[in-house]
Design a protein around this ligand. Structure first.
Ligand SMILES: Nc1ncnc2c1ncn2[C@@H]1O[C@H](COP(=O)(O)OP(=O)(O)OP(=O)(O)O)[C@@H](O)[C@H]1O
Length: 259
């Protein structure tokens, strides 16, 4: 279980997250949604241990992040984090990269090699496996970064915009199905952000909406639709809950122009 307790995060004097508390049970597939700039990436980075919160803390299975070197090391082996703009060692090949990341998580070389092969095949990168990653297209770089997260086999996956960055439909389908199966069959916990509600409607178990630095909603897709009084796609419910002003802005854009 992940527990976020009274988390407050400032950049300079500007508060981004204000007293955020959240519990994510093991094996859940959770999506964090919210308007641009509301703190989704900041929340994920704090969960990943990249940011030291000014107040509050994050716990994985009862061990508090950043509380002791031993605890922090134990958590690092359990958690894989994919930032929205992941860094890749571009002079290395995709296969070398996967072998190196798997090694950081103590996976045996023969197991890593075999798993890398399966991941490369899954994301249609077999042909490029032994090319330097600088020759990969943007979408291929995103795919290899995703493979780098999956090869860790970490029980907790924190994925910042895993579906963005030029993934093709085959890549999106592969990622959706893999995350679904990992959560359902392997009890892996997946927390991710995405700006595209259509992508997650059918497979995200729970949605957390961050707005103005706070948790505005934390519910299932069905629960969110009921709260918004919407009997259609999730997108409509989110428009009402997250972006009520956008619908008004669209109207006034056309009205003020006399259109
Ligand atoms: N390193 C930083 N220094 C100062 N301010 C920052 C920094 N990183 C983010 N911010 C600010 O914090 C706020 C939250 O940013 P964050 O990236 O967490 O939002 P987000 O919800 O993930 O946005 P998006 O949907 O656009 O990715 C924004 O207003 C942003 O300008």
């Amino acid at each position: 279980m992940i527990r976020v307790v009274n988390l407050t995060q400032h950049y300079g004097v500007r508060p981004v997250l204000k007293n955020v508390s959240l519990e994510i049970p093991t094996g859940e597939l959770v999506t964090i949604l919210g308007p641009n700039g509301m703190g989704k990436s900041t929340l994920l980075a704090a969960m990943a241990g990249l940011l030291a919160p000014q107040e509050g803390y994050v716990e994985f299975d009862g061990v508090r992040r950043r509380s002791s070197p031993a605890g922090e090391l134990a958590i690092r082996r359990q958690v894989a984090y994919l930032p929205d703009a992941p860094w890749l060692p571009l002079t290395r090949t995709g296969r070398e990269f996967l072998m190196a990341v798997g090694g950081l998580y103590d996976r045996k070389p023969s197991h890593r090699m075999q798993h890398a092969e399966r991941l490369l095949k899954l994301f249609n990168l077999t042909e490029q496996a032994d090319w330097a990653m600088r020759s990969y297209s943007a979408g291929q770089q995103k795919k290899i970064a995703l493979c780098g997260t999956l090869i860790t086999e970490a029980p907790y996956l924190l994925l910042d915009e895993p579906f963005s960055g030029g993934l093709d439909p085959a890549g999106i389908l592969a990622l959706k199905r893999v995350l679904e199966r990992l959560a359902a069959c392997d009890k892996r916990t997946v927390v991710m952000t995405t700006p595209v509600p259509e992508l997650i409607e059918t497979f995200s178990e729970r949605i957390v909406i961050i707005k103005d630095g706070q948790v505005a909603a934390n519910d299932t897709v069905v629960g969110l639709k009921a709260a918004a009084g919407v009997d259609g796609p999730l997108e409509l419910a989110l428009e009402k809950l997250m972006y009520p002003e956008t619908l008004e802005n669209i109207e006034s854009y056309f009205t003020e122009e006399g259109l």
